[in-house]
Design a protein around this ligand. Structure first.
Ligand code: 3HC
Ligand code: NAI
Length: 699
């Protein structure tokens, strides 16, 4: 079923019925068009109401159809809206819950709109690298006023129906119903009240004007330029809305169409559409059915109130879930508690959190020094020192006290989750929950699935992640899991680039121009260069044949650990995060090169970007092949949400797909010829080599 038709006396009700969000795919458009024609032909029908079944009026065009002939096939969305607008009987949209994109554009083609309070109204196309392509940029400014319409179109953010209805002079909503439940009754009554009113009002006939015209649009362009440097769509939104104020309606529509189609083919839009589905796909685990019954998580315990423990606690407090924190000493608890309070107070000061909300959250937090006090928690997350023996002691205690069925999680970043699970007599209840620092801010959560982790534990923690607003990705057990295992290779390449002639600043600038939130050396300074140093020292023992640049070790030997010591690859002024290049570091790198007899060469930004990004891609291909990641799109999500990879590139795997895997492999063969690089690493992973040979893609 895609839309159904029911006559309520003299009013025909057409209900979009295309779960989950009544996307306006071809079959649905056809069904609505058929239903409108049927109502038109039926003499007993005086008015038509269009509404949506289930949890939305409509989430808009069916994004899955984009780029396929189906999205253009008749009746396309424009034709359907024209059919509705051209109806000789009044058409009333009865709107509730969610009205987005093409859903709003369809409603704007109706003659009247009756909306339930609390409806989320948006034109979110810009978030997919597009602009509204079925009249949204031409009709919304006419219905709502130019400024509020442009704000909605450029931001893509939802606004509540009752807020929009308060805008002076707005013609978007003819009525906001008393309650969501009274929508249909009120819409039917409204339809009958306007059944004989002629001429039928059409949004397209309204004027779209701005008193400051050119000056306003110039201002809007400047604003948008600063906010969206890697995305072409927001500036095009301004152009299209300006056209609504300057061109005739039909010419504005043609202009909007042209801009929409051009944006549809940009790499940026393809990347954002990829991420839309990748984010939703990440929560699905191939062998864990979506109807797996979940364990009830009402209370949480956290072991260790340090950097991570405190941040993790805040996530649960923010979601209204009580947290009990355990430490070995009262001073450590006091310190942890004070840090949490300080973080919240900073939010209150900035006006981001209300005082009463802060108090409510703190009231959900309690502390203890005794494991026996934790026994009732449904989920316990360990965030103590990163040493296996310490984890062992903690998990033995947890095994002793926790109630049956409780989920026991570790926030370890490097240790073997299977070993940790085997410290208990219930390895099926043990899972890794790898938060990223700062844990109350970073969106990414790697869920590490142990050999024995039960399916319902996996399903439960994925649901918990959603509740605390994290984007969770499943990783198998391996050193570094998905994200840090890849970043190790990226860091190694960064070292070779310094040996061959780059400065940290040149590498960082090239990567930041590519779109990374931070280049690799600034990132090292932020995370602490000592962390990588400790890992390398381990690697020198485990993998003595693995090639490394020694530059980073030399830096650490000088105690330049990064921001926390005020000096790393760069210098830092206390209280500031600006990276100031340091001549001694550059001299140190040059001296090291000299000691190795390396003749410096000029390395292009393109080579820097390719070597660093392809090092991620090759390691990721191994990760995929080993089944550590379930799908390539999960890896893209890890890098976008955890490592500042640019969204407009869609993640490293999507970027490689866009370039063509054949080209990626050819570049790796070239890099392998470089005697200062690691030829063995640049052998393309078998999966990558195969996909490239087949002309295939990761995603
Ligand atoms: N097309 C196709 N599928 C869609 C969709 C759409 N417009 N919107 C949501 N879905 C799918 C999701 O992929 C997901 O599928 P899955 O269960 O198989 O993973 C399912 O619906 C549920 O989505 P969410 O998990 O996001 O559900 P929520 O209830 O949290 O949110 C929503 C619902 C607010 C509608 C949210 O899904 C959303 O923001 N969707 C995108 C809306 C959008 O961008 N619309 C504009 C489309 S472009 C357009 O209309 C072009 C026109 O101008 C020509
Ligand atoms: P931290 O040193 O800031 O905090 C650890 C806390 O655990 C301290 O407060 C300490 O008193 C407490 N503790 C130690 N042993 C304990 C025990 N037996 N019982 C109770 N409490 C004990 O360390 P941090 O950075 O919070 O790291 C914790 C864990 O999180 C580690 O496993 C680390 O690998 C992991 N992690 C750290 C990240 C980071 O960026 N800091 C990122 C992701 C994971």
């Amino acid at each position: 079923m895609t839309a159904n038709y029911q006559a309520h006396g003299d009013v025909a009700v057409i209900t979009l019925d295309n779960p989950p969000v009544n996307g306006l795919g071809l079959a649905t458009r056809q069904a609505v068009a058929d239903a409108v024609n049927r109502a038109q032909a039926d003499e007993a029908i005086k008015a038509i109401v269009i509404t949506g079944a289930g949890k939305a009026f409509s989430g808009g065009a069916d994004i899955k159809e984009f780029g396929s002939p189906k999205s253009l096939q008749e009746p396309n969305l424009l034709s359907l809206i024209a059919l509705v607008e051209g109806s000789t009987k009044p058409v009333i949209a009865a709107i509730h819950s969610v009205m987005m994109g093409g859903g709003l554009e369809l409603a704007l083609g109706c003659h009247y709109r009756v909306a339930a309070p609390g409806t989320n109204v948006a034109l979110p196309e810009v978030k997919l690298g597009l602009l509204p392509g079925a009249g949204g940029t031409q009709r919304l400014p006419r219905a709502l006023g130019v400024e509020p319409a442009l704000n909605m179109i450029v931001s893509g953010e939802p606004v509540k129906s009752e807020m929009l209805a308060m805008l002076p002079g707005q013609k978007l909503f003819d009525k906001i119903t008393a309650t969501p439940a009274s929508l249909m009754d009120e819409a039917l009554a409204f339809a009958r009240s306007v059944a004989d009113v002629r001429p039928l009002p059409k949004v397209r006939d309204l004027p779209a004007r701005h008193p400051q015209g050119d000056a306003y649009f110039q201002f809007a362009r400047n604003m948008v330029k600063g906010m969206s440097k890697n995305f072409p769509a927001p500036a095009k939104c301004v152009d299209a809305v300006e056209a609504a104020t300057k061109k005739k309606f039909v010419d504005g529509m043609a202009y909007e169409r042209e801009l929409f189609i051009n944006l549809m083919w940009t790499a940026e839009s393809r990347s954002l559409r990829h991420l839309f589905f990748a984010e939703r796909a990440a929560s699905k685990i191939p062998d864990v059915p979506s109807d797996t019954s979940l364990r009830d998580i009402k209370t949480v315990a956290i072991i260790g109130a340090g950097t991570m423990g405190g941040g993790i606690a805040m996530n649960f407090l923010n979601a209204g879930i009580p947290v009990k924190m355990l430490e070995m000493k009262q001073e450590a608890l006091d310190r942890g508690l004070a840090t949490i309070a300080k973080n919240y107070e900073a939010q209150v000061k900035k006006g981001k959190l209300k005082q009463d909300k802060y108090e409510q959250r703190m009231a959900l937090l309690s502390t203890t020094l005794s494991y026996d006090d934790l026994s009732a928690a449904d989920l316990v997350i360990e965030a103590v020192f990163e040493e296996l023996s310490v984890k062992q002691a903690v998990f033995k205690e947890l095994d002793r006290v926790m109630k049956l069925g409780a989920i026991l999680a570790s926030n370890t970043s490097t240790l073997d989750v299977n070993s940790i699970a085997n410290f208990t007599a219930r390895p099926q209840d043990v899972v890794g929950l790898h938060f990223f620092s700062p844990a109350n801010v970073m969106k990414l959560l790697e869920v590490v699935r142990g050999e024995k982790t039960a399916k319902d534990v996996m399903a439960t923690v994925m649901a918990v992640a959603k509740k605390i607003r994290k984007t969770a990705v499943v990783s198998g057990v391996c050193d570094g899991f998905i994200g840090n295992r890849m970043i190790e290779q990226y860091g190694r390449q960064g070292g070779f680039l310094l040996d061959e002639g780059c400065t940290p600043e040149q590498v960082d600038k090239a990567m930041e121009k590519f779109g990374m939130a931070m280049g690799p050396f600034r990132m090292g300074d932020l995370a602490g260069n000592d962390i990588g140093w400790a890992i390398r020292k381990r690697r020198y023992q485990e993998k003595p044949h693995m090639k490394y640049s020694k530059t980073a070790d030399l830096l650490c030997e000088k105690g330049r650990f990064g921001q926390k010591t005020g000096a790393g690859w760069y210098d830092y002024v206390a209280g500031k995060r600006d990276a100031i290049p340091n001549a001694e570091v550059v001299a140190m790198i040059e001296a090291h090169r000299k000691s190795l007899g390396i003749t410096t060469r000029k390395i292009s930004d393109e080579e820097i970007v390719q070597r660093l990004v392809f090092s991620l891609v090759n390691e990721a291909a191994h990760i995929l092949e080993e089944g550590i990641a379930n799908k390539a799109s999960d890896i893209d999500i890890v890098y976008i949400f955890g490592y500042g990879f640019p969204a407009h590139r869609g993640g490293p795997m999507n970027y490689a797909d866009e370039l063509g895997l054949f080209n990626v492999v050819q570049a790796m063969h070239r890099f392998a010829q470089n005697p200062l690089d690691d030829a063995a690493f640049w052998q393309p992973a078998p999966l990558l080599a195969r996909l490239a040979a087949e002309g295939n893609k990761f995603n």
